[in-house]
Design a protein around this ligand. Structure first.
Ligand code: ATP
Ligand code: MG
Length: 425
C-alpha cells in the first residue's frame, strides 16, 4: 500500500497492511497474504521445535467442537458471548473452539488408562475463535487467531510442577529465538491458588497491560535465555513482576530506582489447574496401588498470530519492519537496480540462481521500478540483508550489501555476499 491506512492505530498493524502481509476480511478476521503467511509459518515452526524439544507431542484437534463437552465442564454457559455458537442441520449445538481443555481432556479420558502412560503433554497449533468485544490492533487482538495450546497430564502435583517448569523453560527459549525479550509475570491462579500461573509479556508502548517489574529482568541476554534451565526459572520467579491489578506500590519489595514500569503485550500464558477438568470429565488413571486417580493438568498457550504483530512492535523504525533473521519472510532481498539494462539483469539473474542453489531464501526484486521505490520497499518489508546489483557495480565486479537493522552498507564481490548469507543459514 502506498497510503498509510487510516484505520490502523498502531505501528505493527499499519506496517502489516502497508507491506501487504494481511488483508482484513471482516472485523478481527484476516487473510494471510504470501509474505505474512511466510512469517506466520516461521514463528509457528520455532514454537513447534521448542515444544517438541520439551517432550510435548503434536496433534491436531478440530476447530468445531460439540456443546455437550462444554456442558460437562460447566463452561458452555460460563463462557458467554465470546463463544461463537453454531447449530447444524440436525439442530445439534456446536461451537468454534476458543480453547481446547474440554476436548483434550475427553480424548485423554478415552485413551489413557494407566499411570504408566504418564506424564504426557499434548499440543496443537490451531485456529481459535473468540468473539472479542473490541477486536483491534490487527492480528494482535483478532477474533480468529492462531494459538499453540499444550496440555499436560500427571499423576501427582509434583509431576505437574515438573511439567510446568519444562514449559516455562520452553517459553524462555522460544521467545529468545524469536528475538524477543519476554517478562514472565505471575498471574491469577484462579480457584486453585498457588503460584503456578505465569503470563509472558513483550515490552512495547502499545501493550494493553501495565507492568511493574524488577530491572534485573533487563540484564538477561538472549544467549542466557537459550540456555535456560530449572535453575534459571527459579531465579526469574524470584524477581518481582506484576500487572497493575496486582501491583501494590505501598508493599512492593523492589526499591523505586530498581522498579520498571512498562506496557506489555501478552504473548503466552502457562497455567496449572489441577483436576478442574479431569474431575468433571472423568479423566482418571489407575495408580500403582490400583486406585482411580483424577489426573493433574496444566495448559500452556502461545499466541502465534499475535506474535507477528508483537515482534513488529518490538522491532521497527520509521522506514518499516526490521525482522529478526529467525522469522524473516526471506533472508535476503536481491535488488536489480536497472531493469532495462541487459548486463545488469543478467548479473542479477545469475546471482539469484546462485542464492537459490545455496538455499538462501531470497526475494528477487526484478520489477521495472525506480531504485528509490525498490530500496524503500525492501526497508518497509524488513528483509534482513539487501543485495543490490547496479550497472556501475557490475562493471567493477561488486554488489552493495546492506544490513537492514543497522543500515550499514559495504561493497563486496557477489561471491562474498553469497558466502556471508550462506554461512549464516
Ligand atoms: P488476553 O488477556 O490478551 O485477552 P487471554 O488471557 O484471553 O488473552 P489465553 O486464553 O491465555 O489469552 O490465550 C493464550 C494466548 O493466546 C494469549 O497469551 C495470547 O497471546 C493469545 N490470544 C488470546 N486472545 C487473542 C486474540 N483475541 N487475538 C490474538 N491472540 C490472542
Ligand atoms: Mg482474552
Amino acid at each position: 500500500m502506498k497510503e498509510t491506512p487510516t484505520e490502523a492505530q498502531i505501528a505493527s498493524h499499519r506496517l502489516m497492511l502497508r507491506a501487504g502481509m494481511i488483508r482484513q476480511s471482516s472485523a478481527g478476521i484476516y487473510s494471510w497474504l504470501p509474505m505474512g503467511f511466510r512469517v506466520l509459518r516461521n514463528i509457528e515452526q520455532i514454537v513447534r521445535e521448542e515444544q517438541d524439544r520439551a517432550g510435548a507431542q503434536e496433534m491436531l484437534m478440530p476447530t468445531i467442537q460439540s456443546a455437550e463437552l462444554w456442558r460437562k465442564s460447566g463452561r458452555y454457559d460460563d463462557y458467554g458471548k465470546e463463544m461463537l455458537r453454531i447449530i447444524d442441520r440436525g439442530e445439534r449445538e456446536l461451537l468454534y473452539g476458543p480453547t481446547n481443555e474440554e476436548l483434550i481432556t475427553d480424548i485423554f479420558a478415552s485413551s489413557v488408562r494407566s499411570y504408566r502412560d504418564l506424564p504426557k503433554n499434548l499440543y496443537h497449533i490451531q485456529w481459535k475463535f473468540r468473539d472479542e468485544i473490541r477486536p483491534r490492533f490487527g492480528v494482535m487482538r483478532g477474533r480468529e487467531f492462531l494459538m499453540k495450546d499444550a496440555y499436560s497430564f500427571d499423576l501427582e502435583k509434583e509431576g505437574a510442577e515438573q511439567s510446568y517448569l519444562k514449559m516455562f523453560v520452553a517459553y524462555l527459549r522460544t521467545f529468545a529465538r524469536l528475538g524477543l525479550r519476554a517478562v514472565p509475570v505471575q498471574a491469577d491462579p484462579g480457584a486453585i491458588g498457588g503460584n503456578m500461573s505465569h503470563e509472558f509479556h513483550i515490552l512495547a508502548d502499545t501493550g494493553e497491560s501495565d507492568l511493574y517489574f524488577d530491572a534485573a529482568f533487563e540484564e538477561y541476554t538472549a544467549e542466557q535465555m537459550l540456555k535456560a534451565d530449572f535453575g534459571m526459572v527459579k531465579d526469574l520467579r524470584g524477581l518481582y513482576a506484576a500487572a497493575d491489578e496486582k501491583h501494590d506500590a505501598a508493599n512492593c519489595p523492589v526499591p523505586d530506582g530498581q522498579l520498571r514500569q512498562r506496557k506489555g503485550i501478552e504473548v503466552g500464558h502457562i497455567f496449572y489447574f489441577g483436576t478442574k477438568y479431569s474431575a468433571p470429565m472423568g479423566a482418571a488413571v489407575t495408580s500403582s496401588t490400583g486406585e482411580q486417580v483424577n489426573v493433574e493438568m496444566g495448559s500452556y498457550g502461545i499466541g502465534v498470530s499475535r506474535l507477528v504483530g508483537a515482534i513488529i512492535e518490538a522491532s521497527h523504525d520509521e522506514k518499516g519492519i526490521i525482522w529478526p533473521e529467525s522469522v524473516a519472510p526471506w533472508k535476503a532481498a536481491l535488488i536489480n537496480l536497472r531493469y532495462g539494462d541487459a548486463e545488469c539483469t543478467a548479473a542479477a539473474d545469475g546471482l539469484y540462481e546462485k542464492f537459490q542453489n545455496a538455499g538462501v531464501a531470497t526475494l528477487y526484486d526484478d520489477r521495472d521500478e525506480r531504485p528509490g521505490v525498490k530500496f524503500a520497499d525492501a526497508d518497509l518489508i524488513g528483509i534482513p540483508w539487501h543485495v543490490t546489483v547496479g550497472p556501475r557495480g557490475v562493471k567493477a565486479g561488486v554488489v552493495e550489501f546492506k544490513n537492514r537493522a543497522t543500515g550499514e552498507t559495504v561493497e563486496i564481490t557477489p561471491e562474498a555476499a553469497l558466502n556471508r548469507l550462506a554461512v549464516k543459514a
